[in-house]
Every structure is written in C-alpha cells, then in structure tokens.
Design a protein around this ligand. Structure first.
Ligand code: UTP
Length: 298
C-alpha cells in the first residue's frame, strides 16, 4: 500500500452476558469491572485513542446502561472534585470523558455471537476499514497493541488479527491460524478455524481480541452463518476473505491477560497493581504475606 490508510473507527462489542462473572454481572456489565481502579472498558478506550481512533462504536445490549452512563460527562462530580481541590482525581475523571459526538451505540437484540455483534454495527461502520477491540482481552505493552497493528496495517492492508501462541491444550478456546509466509511479526494466514479440537488444530497460534478489518467482512456476516458453539463467529467471516482482500496474523509485542476468565482477571489485577507506584510496596507486602492469610470462614 502506498498511501497511509487511517483507521478512524473502533467497534467495542460489549453485548455479551459475562456469565463467567455471575453473580457480579447480573447487574454490572463485565466491561465495568475494575482492574485495580479503572474499568476494563477504559483500558480498551485508551488503547484505541493511542492508535488514533476517534470514533468509538459500542455494541451493547439490555442491562448495559451503566456503561453508557460511565462514558457520559459527569459535571456535578467534576465540580465537586474541583471545589475540593482533588486535582489528580479530577484528571482521572477528565480522562474518561469522551468528546461529544465521538461515541455511538448499536444494540444487539440477542447474544448470537461476536460476529453478530460486529454486524450489528454495520451502519455505523460504513464501507471503510475498522478496528475491533474486545475489552476483556487486556494487553500491556510499551507500545499499545492496536497502535502496533495500525502501523503494521500500513504495509499489509486487508485484514489483520492479533495473534499469540497458546498452550496446545488451550487451542479449543480460540480462533486458530494456519499460516504460510512469515515476515517479522506478520504472517500470511491461509486458514482460520474457531475453537478446533487440539487433535485437528492447524497450529497453536491463536487470535486474541484486536482486529483491523476490511468492510467486506460485514458482507460475510450478513449471511448469518452459524459456526462453532451455535454462534455467528467473526473468525468465519474473516476466513472468507482469505484469497480476497487477504488476512494476516500479527504477533504483537506485549503481555495479554484474559480478563474474561476469573484466573486471568486476578492475574491482571496482580500485575497492574504491582506496576502502580502508589500501590506497589503495600501490595507486594500483602502478597508476601498472602500464603499465611486465610479467609475467616475457612
Ligand atoms: P465472550 O464470550 O468472552 O463474552 O465474548 P461473554 O459471552 O460476555 O462472556 P461469558 O462467556 O458469558 O462469561 C467476547 C466478547 O464478545 C462480546 C462480549 O461482550 C465480549 O466482549 N459479545 C459476545 C457480544 O458483544 N455479543 C455476543 O453475542 C457475544
């Protein structure tokens, strides 16, 4: 590609039911669960901003109004913090503020899968390439993952999916890539399969929740073909572009935490707390003593 292609829009599919975090997610959207003190969605938004995104499309569902409130302005709260001279909290609050008109919402009527969620945003996406970020995949890196991908996209175009190697016994939880040519972090994808059995998986290179997609993917999603787990899978629609607009895998630099699972969320909490200058020392002491602590009920 000779010209720079600007990726302006990111889709955040947040319509899932988050059943693995019940009962908390009975009334709190999973994306608002805090990693230390910031909700998962904030990490995703900050990553998108760092990649130059300025249009934020959220695919929501019934029970997610708290998410819209979170993204709204909070003038009374801001005024109180200002009056009380709580400048660093005010700065945190201001960082959550989305410019007027930069957010849009599409509703997914029923949870028919990630592919269906992305398709629900089709009118807001239009016919330009767009990014997709799954907020429950938190990725820590010196350069934010989506920024790395936007840069790599300038050389490959087509469709780009974030990829990482997973343990062979875990392939059944992911979309798995079959690849041919490799060029640094980029590889050409010749096949993609959602949640394969470890016996038939083409590799252990898994897709994680960052994508840059050609709008043609939306046409495949429009067919509403049901795939693995009885859901409309994004993986299948991307795979249909192999040999057309093309699909590449991108081995990002960074550490990914699966915050859609309890163990992954706890791991991320420990890592992010230890990375915080204001918490690090206390928390390290707490962890050192943790083996001797027992919940009172035990
Ligand atoms: P997950 O399967 O990890 O999320 O979907 P979930 O269904 O909410 O979680 P569990 O398994 O019940 O605990 C990955 C992403 O896709 C979105 C989810 O919100 C999450 O960000 N998603 C999934 C939708 O928006 N709609 C769907 O129909 C399914």
């Amino acid at each position: 590609m000779s010209r720079q292609t600007r990726i302006k829009k990111a889709v955040f599919p947040v319509a899932g039911m988050g059943t693995r975090f019940l009962p908390a997610t009975k009334s709190i959207p999973k994306e608002l669960l805090p990693l230390v003190d910031r909700p998962l969605i904030q990490y995703a938004i900050d990553e998108a901003r760092a990649a130059g995104i300025d249009e934020f499309i959220f695919v929501t569902a019934r029970g997610k109004t708290a998410l819209e409130d979170y993204l709204d302005h909070a003038p009374h709260l801001a005024e109180t913090l200002r009056r009380d001279n709580k400048t660093s909290l005010l700065a945190e609050l201001e960082n959550t503020r989305m410019p007027s008109g930069s957010t849009a919402y599409a509703r997914q009527g029923e949870p028919r899968g990630l592919g269906h969620a992305v398709w629900c945003a089709r009118h807001l996406i239009g016919d330009e390439p767009f990014a997709v970020i799954l907020p429950d995949d938190v990725i820590a890196g010196a350069v934010p993952c989506l920024k790395q991908m936007v840069d790599a996209y300038q050389t490959c175009g087509g469709n780009l999916v974030a990829a990482m190697e997973v343990a062979p016994e875990e392939v059944g939880s992911y979309g798995i890539l079959e690849t041919t040519h490799r060029n640094g972090p980029l590889c050409t994808v010749s096949g993609m399969v959602e949640k394969p059995s470890p016996k038939t998986a083409p590799s252990n290179l898994a897709v994680v929740g960052r994508y840059i997609l050609d709008a043609a993917v939306l046409n495949h999603l429009a067919r509403k073909q049901v795939g693995a787990g009885g859901e409309i899978q994004l993986t299948d629609a991307i795979a249909a572009e192999i040999g057309k607009s093309g699909v590449h895998g991108f081995r990002f630099a960074g550490q990914r935490f699966d915050c859609g699972s309890k163990a992954g969320f706890l791991r991320a909490t420990v890592a992010y707390a230890l990375a915080r200058p204001d918490l690090r020392d206390d928390f390290r002491q707490c962890l050192d003593g943790a083996m001797h602590v027992r919940v009172a009920a035990e």
